[in-house]
Design a binder for this molecule. Structure first.
Ligand SMILES: C[S@@+](CC[C@H](N)C(=O)[O-])C[C@H]1O[C@@H](n2cnc3c(N)ncnc32)[C@H](O)[C@@H]1O
Length: 215
C-alpha cells in the first residue's frame, strides 16, 4: 500500500475529493473510472510530482489542445502526460503519420499510456528536460507544438526553469506551448521564455484550472 501522509488520505476522502470522483464515475465509462482510481492512487503516493489527485476533465483536455494546428503538426510533445488522458485527445486528431512523444516519470502511469496501443505514441519514461534526446530518437528537428501539465509549482525552481527553457529551444517557430496549471504561481517562467503568454480559465474541472497559451 502507498506510503501516504494521513492528510492526503483525508483530502482524497474530503467532500471535494469525493465529489470529483463521483462526477467522474457518473459521466465516464468503466475504463475511464478505473483510470480515475489509478490516477488517484498515484496522486496519493507521489503528490509532490503529480501535483493533483484527479486527472484533467474533458473540458480541460480540450482547452489544453486548443490552438494546435493538427492539419500541419507532425511532431507533438506532451510533458507530464500522466495516464494519457490528454494524450488520447491528441491522438484522436493527430495526422496518421504524426508522432506524440509523451513524457512521464511514473512507471505505473507510463504503463497505462502504453496500454493505449497506438503506434504514433512514443512513451518517454523520463524527465521532461531530456526533450532533445527524445526528438533525436524519432529523427525530428523540433516539436511543432508542446503541451505540458507538469506541476512546476511543486518542483525545484531550477528544474522547472530548465524544462521550460528546453521546451522553448526545441519548439518550431510559430508553434504553441500550452501549459495546464491550478495556479499562476509560475507564470513568470513562461513570461521569461516566450514572447506572449495568454491565460484562459477552465471552470469545468475540479479544481478549476488555467491553460496558459505561450508563443
Ligand atoms: C498534474 S499531472 C497531469 C496528468 C495528466 N496529463 C492530466 O492532465 O490529468 C502531472 C504529471 O506530471 C508528471 N511529472 C512530474 N514531474 C515530471 C517531470 N520532470 N517530467 C515528466 N513528467 C513529470 C507527474 O508524474 C504527473 O503524472
Amino acid at each position: 500500500m502507498a506510503k501516504a501522509p494521513l492528510q492526503l488520505i483525508l483530502l482524497a476522502c474530503s467532500p471535494a475529493g469525493c465529489q470529483t470522483l463521483a462526477c467522474n464515475l457518473i459521466t465516464t465509462s468503466t475504463k475511464e473510472s478505473l483510470s480515475t482510481f489509478s490516477f488517484l492512487l498515484e496522486g496519493i503516493r507521489n503528490l509532490r510530482t503529480t501535483g493533483t489527485l484527479t486527472r484533467s476533465s474533458p473540458a480541460l483536455c480540450k482547452a489544453a489542445i486548443d490552438r494546435i494546428d493538427f492539419d500541419k503538426a507532425r511532431t507533438i510533445v506532451e510533458l507530464g502526460a500522466g495516464d494519457g488522458v490528454i494524450t488520447e485527445y491528441i491522438l484522436k486528431r493527430l495526422h496518421p503519420e504524426g508522432k506524440v512523444i509523451a513524457f512521464e516519470v511514473s512507471p505505473e502511469l507510463c504503463d497505462d499510456m502504453r496500454a493505449l496501443g497506438d503506434d504514433r505514441l512514443v512513451v518517454a519514461q523520463d524527465s521532461a528536460e531530456n526533450i532533445r534526446h527524445w526528438l533525436d530518437q524519432i529523427g525530428a528537428d523540433k516539436a511543432d507544438h508542446i503541451i505540458s501539465a507538469i506541476p512546476f509549482a511543486a518542483l525545484p525552481v531550477e528544474l522547472g526553469k530548465s524544462i521550460v527553457k528546453a521546451s522553448r529551444d526545441n519548439l518550431r517557430p510559430g508553434g504553441c506551448y500550452n501549459q495546464v496549471h491550478y495556479s499562476l504561481k509560475t507564470k513568470n517562467y513562461y513570461e521569461q521564455a516566450f514572447d506572449s503568454v495568454e491565460t484562459h480559465r477552465v471552470w469545468a474541472n475540479l479544481p478549476p484550472a488555467w491553460v496558459l497559451y505561450c508563443k
